[in-house]
Ligand binder design. Sequence first.
Ligand code: GLC
Length: 571
Amino acid sequence: MTDTPQQTSHPVPPEERTWWKESVVYQIYPRSFADSDGDGIGDIPGIIERLDHVADLGVDVIWLNPVYESPQRDNGYDISDYRSIHHEYGTMADWEELLAQVHDRDMRLVMDLVVNHTSVDHEWFQRSRRGDPEYEDYYIWREGDGDGPPNNWESFFGGSAWTYDEERGEYYLHLYDESQPDLNWRNPAVRRDIFDTMEWWLEKGIDGFRMDVINLLSKAPGLPDGDPDSEWVGAEHFVDGPRILDYLEAMDEQVLSNYDILTVGEMPQLTVERAREYAGEDGPLDMAFHFQHTKLDYDGQKRWSVGDWDLPELKEIARRWHDGLDDEGWNALYWENHDQPRVVSRYGDPEAYRRESATLLGTYILTRSGTPYVYQGQELGMTNAQWEDRESLADVDARRTARELLDSEQYDTFEEIADIVGYRSRDNARTPMQWDDSEHAGFTEGDPWLQVNTNYEQVNVADAREGDSVTKYYQSLIDLRNEYDAFVYGTYSDLHPHHERLAAYTQTLEHPDGRVSERMLSVLNFSDKTATVDLSTTIEDADLLLSNYDRDTIGPTRDHEPYEARIYRLE
Ligand code: GLC
């Protein structure tokens, strides 16, 4: 029997299709999603109760932030036991129920893997600091250099990356908080223990890992001083370190490749060239999160600053990553996560055009090739919250920075730093999910661990079920993505790279013989002014599929209203 012509020339043959390429991922931050027992802290039974909201959006995968036992200095990124569930979140039985309920709804569950560091409360660290021979080499211990730490490396959260431990009489390395000591990946026993733990979770039936700061595992031998003027002092000796690919390849060979899973690495300072090595055809991971588009609103290089951003730069980043990974690799597309302030407050307009800009920004993530990630509340158009004083902040990073700025000569009062710290704090992403307009937005019957955004009466899930809400628009975007392969497997092309206000790009899917199978055009006005672009020469016949303004049909050359987004199918 011969194949029919249609089958042989299908633009995406079955062997090239992969579920994780076709998925939309929804991220749940357990502490802030839903509280079932009134202690003010989100928990796993709370997630189960609200799972239909997630399923109704049409997403395929849930990425759950860390739920392991932890003293919660960094909200679970400081793990004290890799194989148990944090008691405030529930029990292992609750987690197993969650997994079953996610699978029942035809979704998948991806867990957070945090293996660059543990908590100081982890038994490994406790034994290591005591000098237990089995564990003494599990972390990175050094003697000081004279009176000071072993080198000039800095913690990402500020200050030295070294803390002196009285008990052991040495310094330990921590690239994050002092409660998060870095594991020594040079030690084969550490690698074996981590790989065993990963296997243990995979055997429970999970569908993948999001890997926390995974390109920092390998530190340069001798731990040399870093360039004191760089953005993160020491980074050149631990970002993409000398043995990182060996570690990840071993992880892939011994663990990951035995399962049909999604793997995405979070990678500070990632370049597209390095991404091809990590997540190319033969790379150990499926895809990676880079940060280039999240730094556009910095003033220069500094994270704790706010500057103007410009659209041609955003488009240039998109082009670089699409072109760079087009033939080799796969993109991960996102705006928000638990570390990023709310995107509407950064690249949209949270006051005059909240609905329009939230839907426009959603369009940008969901109409390009790559796997899109949507963070809880993004589908409501949640915005940054109001921070009145230092005590209202909870994030270790923001609190430390606020303290440092106020201790410096430069500032005297919180008001003076509110614009920077309030805008940039990770707390903005972590305010409780807004379910309805009842007290505490329906998140808890107790006192929420972090204040609820004051706009919850206007912005909440119950309301979003009616009218033309941001949530409904996200549902339509996800439906469209499922209907047209061009959004997933097509080739991205930017039609107007230099336009200051509009982004106009196509996603084109071709048959192997070069005939166009599907071609989609998205035109997005990223500004609060009317904008026009002439696309008449490239486009003759266009069918409007979706817009965030009320339109039945419209050609691509007409004026675009503030934050208008339109998606066309081209004939
Ligand atoms: C990652 C996490 C962040 C955490 C840090 C240290 O960047 O996303 O929340 O603070 O790693 O684990």
